[in-house]
Design a protein. Structure first.
Length: 431
């Protein structure tokens, strides 16, 4: 209860002083969340795997080893003399001195083998300093993946809130203004994607990191625009239906598509780059194109036809029969589109296009807001106070080195490169 009261008060105080509530909500989440005061029980603030998996334990690392070369290729580390760190004995390695050999997945490895095989027979990789480090890092990666797939309840609520908000913002999309803002929005999206990549990579090199993969990874991670924050600020400023609001909304959408493509390219650079690598994204873009055309040509006629076949039995009710049918249809399209684009990249694409499908019916937005007006604001508060705030690694962040480098990276490649893109916005560049 205290967490929700503090969250509500933070929003009220922010509104009184005329600033966005985002920073206050994030601050409440950081202070009261699992990072500091731990006001929320671990069962609610941490995913199941985070509570039960300890990647520093030998048992968990052995579990990763048993999964074979797809995680850590023991033979690759043996071939490259990286089973243990340089100048260390093989008995100091992960399996200790229990035996000079070990069997994993029905295959036996000789740990004290001094000879090397030909490079052509080495099918795996040995990217870490030693085999034990690989096991620990891969355990952490698997833990993060499982927590993303099966998050804690607060994180799940937060993601749901963003999905609801993006669906509602799609209903504000103006197809008439799209012809005007489209070129400007696309220029903003393109430059807003590639400028942060170039600046982030360059600044990483200046900090002493190699350009690839560390520098490029930093640059690509700075490219996406936070759709959730952008839409919330536009909502608070009542600017969603203005020229620059439509432009920002469109640019953020295009930026998100470009960023996901670049992420796929980056993740594939160390592996095999094939057509199948981009197949989900290609299918996602094709689906979005078809769905946008349907939003203009199919859904207006389909909704009119559907409602004409259903008799209005509650003409004087607060929620008429046609309103109920339309709300149910919005829910179905919302969930279906989100699931389809989730398989192709991100569910947020589907949420936005689903909202666009009902942008031609002004009463649709009124019906939707009337049903979710008490749910969405709280879900969005939880997104910033829990989903976002609890993901901040406080121990690593609050060191002078990380804070200093992060501040420079945030001010330059992250913010200024986006601000520069305002020059393509015409008269609205100073808004």
């Amino acid at each position: 209860g205290g967490f929700f009261i503090a969250l509500w008060l933070a929003g009220r105080v922010s509104k009184k002083i005329g600033v966005s509530s985002i920073l206050a909500e994030v601050a409440v989440g950081i202070i009261l969340g699992p990072g500091l005061l731990r006001l929320i029980p671990r069962e609610l603030s941490e995913c199941f795997y985070e509570r039960t998996v300890n990647c520093n334990s030998w048992a968990e690392q052995r579990n990763i080893a048993e999964k074979g070369p797809d995680y850590c290729d023991l033979q690759a580390y043996l071939d490259k003399n990286k089973y243990v760190k340089s100048n260390a004995k093989w008995s100091d390695g992960f399996f200790g001195n229990r035996s000079s050999s070990v069997t994993l997945d029905d295959r036996t490895y000789m740990l004290n083998r001094s000879s090397r095989r030909l490079a052509s027979s080495n099918a795996g990789k040995a990217d870490y300093d030693d085999y034990k480090t690989c096991l620990k890092e891969q355990c952490g990666l698997e833990l993060a993946t499982n927590c993303a797939l099966y998050p804690d309840v607060f994180t799940l609520i937060g993601h749901t809130g963003v999905a609801l908000m993006i669906f509602e913002s799609g209903m504000h999309f103006d197809f008439g203004q799209a012809k005007t803002v489209g070129p400007s929005a696309c220029l903003v999206a393109v430059f807003g994607t590639f400028l942060p990549i170039a600046a982030g990579t360059g600044l990483s090199v200046a900090f002493g990191f190699p350009a690839y993969p560390e520098g490029l990874s930093v640059g690509v991670s700075l490219a996406p625009t936070s759709v959730g924050i952008a839409l919330k600020l536009l909502y608070e400023a009542a600017a969603l239906e203005t020229f620059f609001g439509q432009a920002v909304m469109t640019a953020a959408f295009v930026d998100d598509v470009l960023s996901l493509i670049l992420f796929s390219v980056l993740f594939s650079l160390q592996g095999s780059l094939t057509f199948l690598t981009f197949l989900p994204l290609i299918l996602g873009c094709v689906f979005m194109g078809v769905a946008i055309v349907m939003a203009v040509l199919f859904w207006p006629k389909a909704i009119n036809f559907l409602l004409s076949k259903i008799k209005e039995t509650k003409p004087n009710g607060k929620m008429k029969r046609h309103d109920e049918v339309l709300f149910f249809l919005m829910l179905v399209v919302f969930i279906a589109y989100a699931q389809i684009t989730h398989l192709c990249g991100t569910h947020l694409w589907g949420c936005f296009i689903a909202g666009m499908s009902f942008a031609h019916r002004h009463e649709a937005h009124h019906i939707w807001v009337r049903q979710v007006k008490r749910v969405t604001p709280w879900f969005i508060r939880i997104f910033f106070a829990a989903t976002l705030a609890w993901a901040i690694p406080l121990e690593q962040l609050f060191s002078w080195e990380a804070f200093g480098m992060g501040s420079l990276m945030g001010i330059g490649p992250c913010i200024l490169t986006k601000v520069i893109c305002a020059c393509f916005m015409g008269e609205a560049r100073w808004v």
